[in-house]
Design a protein around this ligand. Structure first.
Ligand SMILES: [Zn+2]
Length: 372
């Protein structure tokens, strides 16, 4: 993770970078932000920057050996502590972060904005309450007393310290107060009220705000390939929480695909009874869902052309890919462009508050005629 991978929050980044340049890096920092804020990604980017061998401008270089290892979360001077719970294979005193590192690295790669329930279901411990155990604090001290230094700093990221067992918290107090040389603790928390006052008083608090709607929309567009309009809508609904936005997007995509596929099938079969029923259903959906379905349909139209002409650029997989493969057989360039135009017009009318039932019924009839 590098600073540039986090869209926005320049002020926070500037502050962190300045602390390194001025050689004023506090040895215990608390990255405090709401769930779905980039508090963990920011700590990861900062850890990468701290040990980068040749920072470029205001970011880590991304190519030096240290950055390469940090990108995979395998740098020997980067240590992690996070809540875990017993699983089928790991029980008792073995339930400590070190034994979950493989899953943790995959989790960071897949969803660095994920929350605790997602992490728990990732490693298969969702039925037990996760915490940072007393056993863990012994491990922390052991890990940090290892001499081997590869980078400039040893960095220990403690994710969700509010889940620390009180005896674990007490166990690390001393090391927080007098850390080994060139050792930086980055505590990443969603809730400082649940932290021991003694821990709080030993850390410098870095407040990580949520993304603004604009930043969030930008990220959804850039990194998740949403259209302008759709990105703005999701950003607005998610209220700065990137994790929520991604989950929302996946949900809509999943149900959106089924809706779209069934709808196109009815158009193809010219099943007008079903199409009329569908327009009622469509009418009952909220505005965001209505518009998302149309935007999704436009995406799928584009994909059906791409899969015919430039298969290497194909972005869909799974059930979408199967659908596109079959759909492409009854489609050609002219049909796709005519339908895309109709979808765009329907979207335009919905924006201007036209009655959804009529817009959708009209659209269905025209698509049925075109497909034929
Ligand atoms: Zn580097």
């Amino acid at each position: 993770m590098r600073f540039k991978d986090i869209g926005g929050l320049q002020e926070v980044k500037d502050k962190l970078i300045a602390s390194v340049k001025n050689d004023h890096v506090a040895h215990a920092q608390l990255f405090l932000g709401r769930p779905g804020s980039p508090n963990l990604p920011m700590a990861l980017a900062f850890a990468t920057y701290l040990n980068c061998e040749q920072p470029v401008g205001d970011d880590s270089c991304g190519v030096c050996p240290s950055c390469v290892k940090n990108a995979k979360y395998i740098h020997p001077d980067l240590h992690f502590v996070f809540p875990v719970s017993p699983t089928k294979n790991i029980t008792g005193k073995d339930v400590i972060s070190t034994n979950f590192l493989k899953e943790w690295r995959e989790f960071l790669g897949a969803s660095p904005y994920g929350a605790l329930p997602q992490w728990a279901s990732y490693y298969g411990g969702e039925d037990k309450e996760a915490n940072i155990s007393k056993e863990e604090s012994r491990q922390i001290i052991k890990n940090l007393s290892l001499k081997a230094f590869e980078g400039k700093y040893k960095v220990m990221i403690i994710w969700l310290p509010e889940y620390m067992h009180p005896s674990a918290a007490n166990g690390i107090l001393k090391i927080l107060e007098e850390p080994p040389e060139r050792t930086i603790f980055l505590l990443v928390s969603n809730n400082s009220e649940r932290l021991l006052a003694t821990i709080l008083s030993r850390t410098q608090i870095i407040t990580i705000p949520n993304f603004s709607d604009q930043e969030l929309a930008h990220i959804l567009k850039d990194q998740h390939h949403l259209q302008d309009d759709q990105a703005r809508q999701f950003a607005h609904l998610a209220d700065g929480d990137l994790n929520a936005a991604i989950r929302l997007m996946n949900n809509v995509e999943e149900s959106g695909h089924q809706l779209f596929a069934d709808w196109m099938r009815d158009c193809f079969k010219r099943d007008f009874t079903s199409l009329a029923r569908r327009s009622d259903e469509f009418h009952g959906m909220n505005k965001v869902a209505q518009k998302s379905l149309l935007l999704y349909a436009m995406n799928m139209m584009r994909e059906s052309l791409i899969s015919q002409f430039v298969p290497s650029l194909k972005r869909v997989d799974g059930q979408e890919a199967t659908f596109i493969e079959n759909f492409s057989k009854v489609m050609n360039e002219n049909k796709v462009s005519a339908i895309t135009q109709l979808l765009g017009e329907a979207h335009f009318h919905l924006e201007r508050n036209a009655g959804a039932r009529m817009v959708f019924l009209d659209l269905s009839l025209q698509i049925a005629a075109i497909i034929k």
